[in-house]
Ligand binder design. Structure first.
Ligand SMILES: [Zn+2]
Length: 438
């Protein structure tokens, strides 16, 4: 393919992209790092090539010089709730108290389309500010929230996964649909938004507690009709929640068994939390190749528990990592992995910075089944890119004076970095963050 050279953009900087899951801190074969690198982006917003920077590029193309910063694939957040922006930092003792006191109250406001539109736009701007270019988000029960979310994503040309939560019990009446309405509104949302721009619709039964057996059957019918769609829900987050779910479906072996019973498990299923799994649940998770989505800031904040990565990995389960806004406390994937590191420290497990940066990028792209489009800097990938500054704050700049390797630099970024470390966020080759701040 040839491109008009005037419309080709070259990002110059320290380019880092993963090729495989790192197997330890000295696994240099797992990534590609180019000290004076170039990411060449075509007018269609896709990457043409990456390689060493060549000075002659400046004669033909627009060059944006990001040295000495790191250029990485855009960060990916596979579990978040956009209607919970104003729930972050709500004081509660546990999950069910937090849901009933704050979240279910706040989500009722999304019946108002104007409110939903305002928050959806602010949500995506906040993701851009934090270097996140793709997320899998829960909307509220209202179709207007779905329209607001995908409409805002379309305006920004962002690859976003989302869906209306299906919920028909154990919540305020104004947040409940019915099995038929949940089905009809989901179907309408799929027709309107799936594949529109870069939007991908996800079938979203909120969790077993808020869906009756009849609604679970409707979710099953949708999953059968649309096997290409993601399914997102929650499982095994909190002990009281597990007990309640099991009381509601008494004849099934365990919590995950509920989703198994309605054929909702598989490689496109994203299961938030997965903290308190039985041995059988670990096996089902691995057998179905469903994805366990670890949400460390949320699990610590709500006090739900410590994710056992090594146990799940030992079973061969697929694992992703996410913010879970607004149970989570930061939009930043850097903050998220910092808290993840601490969770694993308490478990006696290690989280290497190479593994962290792999998870935020290619690992989460693979978990979403989107690694042919995003998560790596490579030819024909969509140019969703983040530029990170390891000297973003005075204390980081001082600490960097004593950093002597990329590995150490990544660990500093993960431990101390946040949105201040995000210099620029590109969506399909278009700079988005500086535009927000001007
Ligand atoms: Zn969640």
């Amino acid at each position: 393919m040839t491109h008009d050279p005037q419309n080709v953009t070259v990002l110059r900087g320290r380019v880092l992209t993963f090729l495989e899951q790192p197997q330890g801190h000295d696994d240099t074969a797992s990534y590609r790092y180019i000290e004076d690198g170039a990411v060449v982006i075509g007018p269609d917003g896709k990457i043409i090539m990456i390689g060493e920077y060549k000075p002659e590029a400046a004669a033909h193309h627009k060059v944006i010089d990001h040295r000495p910063h790191l250029i990485l694939p855009g960060l990916i957040d596979p579990h978040t709730h956009f209607p919970q922006m104003q729930v972050i930092a709500s004081y509660a003792g546990n999950l069910l108290e937090w849901l009933n006191t704050y979240t279910f109250v706040e989500e009722q406001r999304f019946a108002d389309a104007a409110h939903a539109e305002r928050i959806a736009g602010l949500f995506l701007d906040e993701l851009i500010r934090h270097g996140t270019t793709t997320a899998a988000a829960y909307c509220s029960v209202h179709p207007q929230s779905v329209d607001a979310f995908f409409g805002a994503a379309l305006e920004r040309n962002m690859l976003m996964i989302g869906g209306k939560v299906m919920m028909d019990r154990n919540a305020p009446a104004s947040l409940c649909d019915t099995p038929q309405r949940g089905y009809d509104e989901t179907k309408a949302g799929i027709a309107k938004w799936h594949g529109h721009g870069r939007g991908l619709y996800a079938i979203t039964p909120r969790f077993a507690i808020t869906s009756s057996p009849e609604q679970m059957e409707m979710a099953e019918a949708l999953a059968r009709e649309y096997p290409e769609l993601h399914i997102q829900t929650h499982v095994d987050e909190n002990l009281a929640e597990i007990e309640f779910a099991r009381e509601l479906f008494p004849n099934l072996p365990d919590y995950l068994g509920i989703y198994e019973r309605y054929h909702l498990l598989g490689p496109k299923t994203l299961l938030g939390h997965c903290i308190h799994l039985t041995h059988r649940e670990c096996e089902v998770l691995a057998d179905t190749q469903s994805v366990a989505v670890w949400c460390p800031t949320s699990n610590l904040f709500i006090g739900s528990g410590l994710f056992d990565r090594d146990r799940l990995a030992g079973h061969g389960a697929r694992i992703a990592v996410a913010t879970d806004i607004g149970g989570g406390t930061s939009y930043s994937m850097l903050r998220t992995l910092d808290e993840g590191y601490k969770v694993l420290q308490l478990r006696g497990q290690r989280l290497d910075p190479l593994a962290s940066f792999y998870m935020m990028t290619l690992g989460n792209a693979r978990a979403l089944g989107l690694d042919d489009r995003i998560g790596a800097l490579a030819p024909r990938r969509e140019a969703d890119i983040v530029v990170l500054n390891s000297r973003a704050t005075p204390q980081m700049a001082l600490r960097m004076e004593a950093v002597d390797s990329l590995w150490n630099e990544l660990f500093l970024l993960q431990t101390c970095g946040d949105d201040r470390a995000v210099v620029e966020t590109y969506v399909m080759g278009r700079p988005m963050k500086t535009g927000l701040e001007s």
